[in-house]
Write a protein that binds this ligand. Sequence first.
Ligand SMILES: [Cu+2]
Length: 69
Amino acid sequence: MVTTTYQVQGMTCGHCVSAVSAEVGAVAGVSDVQVDLATGRVTVTSDSPLDTSTVRSAVDEAGYDLVGE
Ligand SMILES: [Cu+2]
């Protein structure tokens, strides 16, 4: 299991958290997504290391921005 933390910009409420959790959770190999609304930190647990671009697309799909890289 690999745990990676990402920084997501633009989340403002529980709905945003659900949207990001759902999209990132749908990425192949992801088993868990924890979102901290206050800090914008998204912790993703997966079977193997994820492509940042894949996670970025998922966050983008939910309507938010992955910060950095
Ligand atoms: Cu919201």
